[in-house]
Write a protein that binds this ligand. Structure first.
Ligand code: DX5
Ligand code: ZN
Length: 211
């Protein structure tokens, strides 16, 4: 069953609490927070205080994507703020096992991601430790970018890694690209632009699921 994780990077930040309640009613399965530090990627977005403030507005899981240089430092902040799934980048944490263990010790799900040009093979050592691998459809940093044509291939390659983890895809996922992602083995689609398009959240979520 395909799950949809709307990226709040594309939400109307002037009414974020109302937006996440609308997304919950529209059938979203979790909320994807793209956390950026201005160093790992040239953009700056959500801090833990925003998640803490939003937690009371929804029962949806908080799916946190850390695009930061120092995940070891910020992971405890987001655990405390209410994150349910925490994904960090292998490029920012060459020794991820300790951080994966810390996330698990707090009863949360741990995910790993890589930039599109990082070799998927580097994730093979962690397939049996993580709950999720996040495949990037774009270079991390901004919503609304063009989907990279090699993404389905990277999803399929990720699927070959030994382990019991879900595969999520993030970046450029829309009505045209979603079927290829699903066919290649994606379980979760992260989408910003495609979900918030024309204010038709429920229809867009249904279409992304292929319903
Ligand atoms: C890139 C961001 C985007 C965002 C979704 O760092 O992570 O991928 O979540 O973007 P779009 O608008 O392409 O769905
Ligand atoms: Zn993301």
């Amino acid at each position: 069953m395909i799950k949809i994780a709307p990226s709040l990077l594309s939400a109307d930040v002037s009414c974020l609490g109302d937006e996440i309640q609308r997304l919950e009613k529209a059938g979203a399965d979790m909320l994807h927070f793209d956390v950026m530090d201005g160093h790992f990627v040239p953009n700056l977005t959500f801090g833990p205080h925003i998640l803490k403030g939003l937690k009371k507005r929804t029962n949806l899981p908080f799916d946190v994507h850390l695009m930061v240089n120092n995940p070891e430092t910020v992971v405890p902040w987001f655990i405390e703020a209410g994150a349910d799934i925490i994904t960090f980048h292998l490029e920012a944490c060459p020794e991820p096992l300790r951080l994966i263990e810390l996330i698990h010790q707090h009863g949360k799900k741990a995910g790993l991601s890589t930039r599109p040009d990082t070799d998927v093979k580097l994730l093979e050592a962690y397939g049996k430790s993580v709950d999720l691998i996040l495949v990037m459809g774009v270079e991390p940093g901004f919503g609304g970018q063009a989907f990279r044509a090699d993404t389905p291939h990277r999803i399929f390659a990720t699927k070959q890694i030994a382990g019991d983890f879900l595969i999520a895809v993030d970046g450029g996922v829309n009505f045209e690209t979603a079927p290829d992602c699903i066919q290649a083995g994606a379980d979760i689609l992260v989408a910003g632009t495609a979900v918030f398009k024309n204010n038709a959240y429920a229809d867009n979520i249904r279409k992304l699921k292929g319903e």
